[in-house]
Design a protein around this ligand. Structure first.
Ligand code: ADP
Ligand code: MG
Length: 214
């Protein structure tokens, strides 16, 4: 049995067509179900639905053999038991620094005062500002980062942006790009070794599908 871990929402929606082209069809629609384990047309492949930030943990600890996770999540993850064999090029967005429209970000970068940064991505934020030689106070949040500058709790946020509608609706603007984000296939190193006959052909298939897209 091969277990593939993915999360609901954007990643699930954009993964389904790729899985289908790889010959894996989910027999139920997870977006309208409360189940967490889903059978597929292949009797030796099942899907599990977990929180996006839990995907690498499930794969590392053997709860799943393969996972699909955003680079944003993988950059925060510190485990060592994973391979990252294929960039699926789905769920594209950008990790950005954003602040209020009237915040003088240029000056802050030049003068380097201590900066209050609210984010769900502490490692990403810490690395980014430390490379600029800046001291930050990190405020860890779990969602709705846009609120932090509005209520004066933070100077800037570090968050994912795709259309930019959410930040615009909250009178914020993108100040600097940190990195481009896509979702990657991840594999448990030990599972790959133990079960190479089943897993390797799937990885090759995914790689072929992505290559033919580009
Ligand atoms: P959460 O479970 O924390 O609510 P989200 O559903 O917001 O997670 O995001 C799950 C994953 O989807 C992220 O890790 C990221 O890789 C991707 N993602 C998030 N926001 C966007 C976006 N605006 N555009 C494209 N992909 C996104
Ligand atoms: Mg969300």
């Amino acid at each position: 049995m091969i277990t593939i871990a993915l999360s609901k929402g954007r990643i699930f929606e954009e993964s389904m067509p790729i899985l289908e082209r790889a010959g894996i069809i989910c027999t139920e629609d997870p977006s309208t179900s409360r189940k967490l384990v889903f059978e597929t047309n292949k009797k030796d492949v099942r899907l599990i639905i977990v929180r996006a930030s839990d995907v690498p943990t499930y794969v590392e600890w053997g709860g799943a053999d393969i996972g699909i996770a955003g680079k944003d999540v993988l950059d925060e993850y510190s485990g060592t038991g994973l391979y990252y064999p294929v960039d699926l090029n789905i769920a594209q967005c950008k990790m950005m620094v954003a602040a209020s429209n009237d915040f003088d970000y240029e000056r802050v970068i030049k003068d380097k005062p201590r900066l209050k940064v609210a984010t769900k991505y502490p490692n990403t934020a810490r690395n980014f500002f430390s490379l600029k030689g800046m001291q930050i106070d990190l405020i860890k949040l779990y969602g709705s980062m846009e609120l932090a500058p509005i209520v004066g709790m933070a100077d800037v946020i570090v968050d994912l942006v795709s259309s930019g509608k959410t930040i615009k609706a909250n009178n914020l603007k993108s100040m600097e790009l940190i990195s481009n984000i896509t979702s990657r296939l991840i594999v448990n190193k030990a599972a790959l070794k133990m079960n190479i006959k089943q897993i390797k052909p799937l990885l090759v298939k995914f790689q072929e599908l992505v290559s033919s897209e580009n």
